[in-house]
Design a binder for this molecule. Structure first.
Ligand SMILES: *Cc1c(COP(=O)(O)O)cnc(C)c1O
Length: 462
């Protein structure tokens, strides 16, 4: 193991150095992957030296998500304290189902969940768990909604036409989860959004009422805190009344921007979050821990237990349910996703997490200001969003994003809203500074100038 750690150290140092010079890795087209890299698995093994070389090559050619040129998805950066925690979790290799197998790590997980519940303003009746991603925390919310509606479904199966409500701008995991949970994709109702990308509450009320008239059983409303494209926040407070009226579970999918709970300045964006039944967020997005670090908390922990506990005498042999976290989790064996979050939180304090969140909004403001002051750009985003959606010189977003990728310049994606397609820059990497954001635009501009022939046909047709 000692030698292996040296190898690890060496490969990582090399990567860090290379990232300084080349924030984007060499473009490896998918159809040339197996010719470019030797990924073959053979009867015989290879020497340690050859393995090191193979790994170096692989690591250096892998997309770089921690640099100031990665804006492609809703994560980025490399927080060293969180990485330290995650590396230790790998070395320790506990499984989080029982206190017997994970010991103090159970306390680590429990205390992060308790603090999150306290930030929301919930009492000891609340609790939560970690799941492998925001899609899965959303899934857990849907299963709890289903079981809260009818506790017999988990034994007898689905026999009612249940409906769930989410905005048109919500994450694609909602229909997927409807398929998994027996609710069915066709029973997902997509509520229209307003021009800011927020759910239209009058429409929500109308659609629910219509379903009731038609004999459906509405079970839940899913709200989004930070929609995937526009970064919009659905209103929470007014939806509580509707949920009470129809007896619906209320979930807030804060995978992208739910971390605003750590910010005095921005937590107003999820005003009313204490009224929901469940709330989830990804610490691997705004907080910047390594993937994945996804938390769901519920106001009443009984629902977690009712939907996810199962007796297993071969597993639960000591201690109380309260310390055997397998009784409230989606999985059986479960990696320790809490230690990285705890390590970071312990290191910088809640104030440090707040700074991380606030800085991303600051970077977003810097980007919006730049775009507003430059007439070559058209801005589609609104304030209080860390998704900066724009077009440059009327060039189709897809063409620019693909060319930037294929030339190893910048990794950034595109999205659509209300029929417009645009580049979506996300200021989610809190390690970036103002100059990194401005540099993004300067790189983009000089790239378009240098490769203007790539974009000529599109420009000519405008
Ligand atoms: C990213 C995201 C998810 C999914 O989270 P994963 O961890 O990628 O599964 C769900 N909802 C929203 C709003 C997201 O932005």
């Amino acid at each position: 193991m000692q030698n292996t750690l040296k190898t690890f150290d060496k490969i990582v140092r090399e990567l860090l150095e290379d990232e300084q010079n080349f924030p984007v890795s060499e473009f490896v087209p998918s159809n040339e992957l197996y010719e470019t890299l030797d990924l073959s698995l053979n009867e015989s093994g290879i020497s340690n030296e050859d393995l090191e070389t193979a790994l170096q090559d692989l690591v250096l050619k892998t997309p770089r998500t921690a640099t100031n040129a990665f804006f492609n998805q809703l994560f980025g950066g490399r927080n060293d304290k969180a990485v330290l925690g995650d590396l230790l979790a790998v070395i320790l290799n506990n499984s989080m189902y029982t206190y017997k197998a994970a010991g103090p790590q159970i306390g680590v997980e429990k205390i992060t969940l308790r603090e999150v519940c306290k930030l929301i303003g919930w009492d000891e009746l609340s609790n939560g768990t970690y799941a492998p991603g925001g899609s899965m925390t959303n899934y857990m919310s849907m299963v709890m909604a289903r079981d809260a509606f009818d506790g017999s479904i988990k034994n007898k199966g689905v026999n009612k036409k249940m409906t769930v409500y989410t905005s048109k701008e919500s994450h694609y995991s909602i229909p997927k989860n409807a398929a998994f949970s027996g609710i069915g994709r066709e029973q997902v109702r997509y509520v229209p959004s307003d021009k800011f990308g927020k759910m239209n509450i009058d429409e929500l009320q109308k659609i629910i009422e219509q379903d009731v008239q038609n004999g459906y059983s509405p079970i839940m409303v899913n709200l989004t805190a930070g929609t995937t494209v526009m970064g919009a926040f659905d209103p929470i407070r007014p939806v509580r009344e509707i949920c009470d009226k129809y007896g619906l579970w209320m979930h807030v999918d804060g995978a992208y921007c739910g971390s605003v709970i750590f910010s005095e300045k921005y937590k107003h964006l999820i005003d009313g979050v204490e009224l929901v039944d469940s709330f989830s967020f990804n610490a691997h997005k705004m907080i910047g821990t390594p993937l994945s670090c996804s938390i769901i908390v519920v106001k009443n922990k009984q629902y977690l237990h009712d939907s996810f506990s199962n007796d297993a005498s071969y597993l639960y042999q000591t201690d109380q349910d309260e310390f055997n976290l397998g009784k409230t989790s989606l999985q059986c064996g479960r990696r320790n996703d809490a230690l990285k979050f705890w390590t970071l939180w312990k290191s910088v304090g809640t104030n440090g997490l707040e700074k991380i969140v606030d800085h991303q909004f600051h970077l977003a403001n810097v980007a919006r200001e730049y775009l507003r002051s430059n007439s070559d750009y058209k801005l589609y985003s609104y304030d209080d969003s860390i998704s900066i959606c724009f077009n440059y010189k009327g060039i189709p977003a897809k063409a620019i994003c693909t060319a930037l990728y294929e030339h190893s310049e910048l990794l950034v994606g595109y999205g659509t809203f209300n029929g417009d397609e645009f580049i979506r820059l996300v200021t989610i990497n809190a390690q970036n500074e103002e100059k990194d954001v401005l540099n993004f635009f300067h790189l983009l501009e000089s790239f378009v100038e240098k490769y203007s022939d790539l974009f000529l046909p599109a420009e000519a047709s405008k």
